[in-house]
Design a protein. Sequence first.
Length: 244
Amino acid sequence: MNAKSDVDSNATLNAFREVVRSRRSVRRFTDEPVPEHVLDDCLELAMLAPNSSNLQPWEFFVVRTPDLKTRLADACLGQNAAKTAPLLIVVVARTDTWREHSRMALEQWPEEKLPGIVEKYYSRIAPIHYNQGPFGLLGAAKKAAGLFVGLSRPVPRGPYSKSEMKVWATKSTALAAENLMLALRAHGYDSCPMEGFDECRVRRLLKLPRKGLVTMVLAAGKRSDKGVYNRQYRFERDTLIHYL
Ligand SMILES: Cc1cc2nc3c(=O)[nH]c(=O)nc-3n(C[C@H](O)[C@H](O)[C@H](O)COP(=O)(O)O)c2cc1C
């Protein structure tokens, strides 16, 4: 590594550390709006989150209109973060877009030549791997096959049911939510992730598709003076980090 890139990587690390360390869950925001170009960039960065099979099972609903925002804040149980934020973003996981997205992955492959293995994955493997079949019967059959074959060699252990599909979609979507929050911080804005909401009401308000899971509602804006309620703390590393 030459001296120049050494300096660059330190600067990058310090900037990254500053972004991660200064992100807090902010419960009170000022009235200052999040500019369009900031929002746009943050959403772009959110979409760069790693995700399962690059099937991008997420959707983002940006709520800025005052009336809808007020009603959404109400559905977020009237939390201060939701009530005071100039912007609410509903981050939704979809368990049902994998088929369409498999097709899009084939169509939008970024290289000139589509590798055979990629073609096979999206056209033949994904339709079996993610499909649980009517009443989840295909999932149950896959689970039985997995249990049997798994006796002699490693096999994927799911997703084998509709509820496992929810976990599948939520994992990737939560990573996108984190990217979004860190991007807001890097732009000098703040956020609060919320799972304290009435999902039925949020779903109805936004006319979400039946298979959309509201993973988080993100409040976003500039932190106000008393926006952070307490000092940040985490448990002892020894209880949570295990070196094997
Ligand atoms: C999935 C999830 C759900 C959360 N839901 C809420 C919420 O409904 N209301 C709230 O005020 N904070 C909520 N938080 C924020 C946490 O309370 C916060 O991240 C935690 O206390 C650590 O504080 P910090 O984010 O400032 O480090 C949520 C965070 C996550 C990741």
